[in-house]
Design a protein. Structure first.
Length: 234
């Protein structure tokens, strides 16, 4: 089938993109990596492709489903996905558009801005005390390996689903150090876990208001602890 738009989806942002495309009467194929991402889009009644894809997978998908344009509304930190989609779009000559979240400015002098996860780990190793990690299950293993005394110091919040718990267990986290919850999170939700874990620092990606970073910053400010904030990839 030919589509007006293929949307690289799975985020709240992608819902906004899809709603706008539907208002314009466009036919849409949305690509999501997981069943959870598909569930987010069920109400729209659009065609879905579910499953993770590499370059050859995207090339095959785009060839089998010709479209006028690709809109990439994937997570701002899903750099591999974005780079792969760009390569596939260029190879096939399909117009590509990136839907970017707005950048926020945070009014807090205890934010430690870092370029990437490796720099975040280096900063954490220069600090003492417990760490409240809010960067998700996909990166929690690197912190368990890289942070000194991580077994005792690092606590992680992940999505409340089996895949997240399995990922944390595989990465070496004790159950008492894993908190499965579902967003959105309030300032109070963040404060509760900061206090429960006796955290002296929080780690977050700068994923904007959609990622609840402004709320996390306010929680850190109220608790009086620093935040290690990973900047978005360019």
């Amino acid at each position: 089938m030919n589509y007006n738009t293929i949307v690289i989806a799975g985020t709240k942002d992608s819902r906004e993109v899809i709603e706008q495309q539907l208002k314009e009467g466009k036919s849409i194929l949305a690509c999501v990596a997981t069943d959870l991402g598909a569930e987010m889009l069920e109400e729209y009644g659009i065609d879905l492709h579910v499953g993770r894809l590499d370059l050859s997978g995207f090339l095959q998908l785009f060839k089998e489903n010709p479209c006028d344009k690709i809109i990439d509304a994937s997570h701002p930190f899903a750099k591999i996905v974005t780079d792969t989609v760009i390569k596939a779009a260029e190879e096939l000559g399909i117009p590509y558009e990136r839907h970017e979240r707005n950048h926020l400015t945070y009014d807090y002098d205890k934010i430690i801005s870092v370029a990437d996860m490796e720099e975040a780990i280096a900063v954490l190793n220069s600090m003492e005390g417990n760490i409240f990690l809010t960067t998700g299950v996909n990166t929690c293993g690197a912190y368990q390996k890289g942070v000194s005394d991580a077994k005792n110091r690092v606590y992680v919040r992940v999505l409340d689903n089996a895949a997240s718990y399995e990922g944390c267990e595989k990465a070496g986290y004790d159950k008492e150090h894993v908190f499965g919850e579902m967003p959105p999170y309030s300032v109070e939700d963040n404060l509760r876990l900061i206090r429960k874990t006796n955290a002296t620092v929080m780690v977050s990606k700068d994923s904007g208001a959609t990622g609840g970073v402004d709320v996390k910053v306010n929680a850190c400010k109220e608790a009086g602890i620093p935040m290690v904030l990973i900047r978005r990839p360019q």
